[in-house]
Ligand binder design. Structure first.
Ligand code: 13P
Length: 382
C-alpha cells in the first residue's frame, strides 16, 4: 500500500508527458497537452475554469437529470402524466426561472432534455446558456446487479462513452455526471462493490477530461438503511479513499473535476437522527481527510434529506469555514420537490412553480456562503 504522502499512481502523474501535473506557472490558456500520437488531448486550464465556475461563490448545480423512470415516479406523486411534452414543459418552467441567473451555476440534464426544444422552438440548452449557466449531462446508463455480490450494484455505460461525450460536447455540455451507488446493510458494502464502482468512476472521469468535459464524480453512499452516522462515516471513508486512489491510477487531473458526495448522516430508518452540527462536523472531518485540496469544489447530493435539512447541513458546514475547496449544492429532490408540488402540471401554476424553485435556490445559495438561517425560510424569494 502507498504511503500517505505518496498515493498510489502519483509517480505516474509525475512521469507522464501525456497529461500535465497542474502547476499554475505553466497553466496558460492555450496549454493543450497531447501524446506523441495525439491520442489524448486535454486543456487543463479550460477544464479548471469550468470547474471553478461550477462552484462560483453563491451558486450551485441544479440536478434535473432524472431518468425517464425516475421523473415518472416524481410526476406520479403530483398526479401528472409523464410524457415527452409534460417533461419538457416542467423543465422549461425551471430553466426560464430568474433563479437560474441568480443562484445556479450549471444544470445537469438527462439525454432526452439536451436535445429538446422549448415550446417556442428555442433549444432548452440555449435557455440555460442565456441565463449564464453551464449545461451538463448525466452520462451513466444506470445500474445493474453486481455478479457474486448479492444486493449490490455496479453503474454501467462506459462502452460507447467516448463517442457520446463528443456528441454532447457539440450540443453544449461542458460537464458530465456519473453516479455510483453504494448501499449500507448487513455485510455490505463489499470491497468488490466499492472497487468496481470506483474503477468505473475513474474510467468515466478520464474519458470526460479527454473530451474536454469536466467530470462530476458521484460516489453516493445511500441513506436508506437503519445504520447510524458513524457507520456512514466509515463506509463513506472507504468509498472516497478508493475513488481517489482510482482517479490517481487513471491519471485524472483533480483540478479539472468536481466531487459530488453524500453527507455523513444517519440512515433514514435509524432510531438516532444526528443533529445538524454533528452532520456538519463529521462530514467536514471526513472530507478533509479524504479529498485533496487540488479538487476545486464539492457539490453535495441531497439523497432524500428534507429540503430544509439539506440546506441547514450545507449552511452549517460553510459556517465552519477554513476549507480548501468550495462547498455547494448539486441537489435534485431538495431543489425540485417544492416546485413540482406548486406546479402540479398546470400551465396556470408556472409562476408559482418558479417562485417555489427560486425560494429553494436562494436558500441553498445562502447556505453555500454560510449565510442561511431558519427564519429566512418564511420569506418569499426576492
Ligand atoms: P438528489 O439531490 O435528489 O439526491 O439528486 C442528486 C443527484 O444528482 C443524484 O444523482
Amino acid at each position: 500500500m502507498g504511503h500517505l504522502s505518496e498515493p498510489l499512481g502519483s509517480h505516474m502523474l509525475r512521469e507522464t508527458t501525456i497529461l500535465p501535473v497542474f502547476q499554475p506557472r505553466e497553466l496558460q490558456p492555450k496549454w493543450v497537452s497531447s501524446g506523441d500520437q495525439g491520442e489524448i488531448s486535454m486543456n487543463l486550464f479550460d477544464l479548471n475554469k469550468v470547474a471553478q465556475a461550477m462552484v462560483a461563490t453563491g451558486r450551485g448545480l441544479l440536478a434535473a437529470d432524472e431518468s425517464t423512470g425516475t421523473i415518472k415516479k416524481r410526476f406520479d406523486a403530483i398526479k401528472v402524466e409523464s410524457t415527452e411534452d409534460s417533461r419538457r414543459d416542467y423543465r422549461e418552467m425551471l430553466f426560464r426561472s430568474d433563479a437560474l441567473s441568480k443562484y445556479i451555476s450549471g444544470v445537469i440534464l438527462y439525454d432526452e432534455t439536451i436535445w429538446q426544444k422549448a415550446k417556442d422552438g428555442t433549444a432548452l440548452v440555449k435557455l440555460i446558456e442565456q441565463a449564464g449557466c453551464i449545461p451538463g449531462i448525466k452520462v451513466d446508463e444506470g445500474t445493474q446487479p453486481l455478479p457474486n455480490c448479492p444486493g449490490e450494484l455496479v453503474t454501467v455505460g462506459l462502452d460507447r462513452l467516448a463517442g457520446r461525450l463528443a456528441d454532447y460536447y457539440k450540443q453544449g455540455a461542458r460537464f458530465a455526471k456519473w453516479r455510483a451507488v453504494i448501499d449500507i446493510g448487513k455485510d455490505i458494502p463489499s470491497m468488490t462493490a466499492i472497487h468496481v464502482n470506483a474503477h468505473a468512476l475513474a474510467r468515466y472521469a478520464a474519458l470526460c477530461q479527454a473530451a474536454q468535459i469536466v467530470p462530476i464524480v458521484e460516489p453516493e453512499v445511500l441513506m436508506d438503511g437503519d445504520h447510524d452516522i458513524d457507520r456512514c462515516y466509515d463506509v463513506t471513508q472507504r468509498v472516497l479513499n478508493k475513488t481517489f486512489q482510482e482517479l490517481r491510477v487513471q491519471r485524472v487531473a483533480l483540478e479539472g473535476m468536481i466531487l459530488k458526495p453524500n453527507m455523513v448522516i444517519s440512515g433514514k430508518k435509524s432510531a438516532r437522527q444526528s443533529p445538524v452540527a454533528e452532520v456538519a462536523e463529521k462530514t467536514i472531518r471526513l472530507l478533509k481527510s479524504c479529498v485533496p485540496a487540488a479538487v476545486p469544489g464539492v457539490a453535495f447530493l441531497s439523497g432524500g434529506q428534507s429540503d430544509e435539512d439539506a440546506t441547514a447541513h450545507l449552511d452549517a458546514m460553510n459556517r465552519i469555514g477554513g476549507l480548501p475547496w468550495k462547498l455547494t449544492f448539486s441537489y435534485g429532490r431538495a431543489l425540485q420537490a417544492a416546485p413540482q408540488k406548486a406546479w402540479s402540471g398546470k400551465a396556470e401554476n408556472v409562476a408559482a412553480g418558479q417562485q417555489a424553485f427560486a425560494h429553494r435556490a436562494r436558500m441553498n445559495s445562502l447556505a453555500s456562503k454560510g449565510e442561511w438561517n431558519a427564519g429566512l425560510e418564511q420569506m418569499r424569494a426576492a
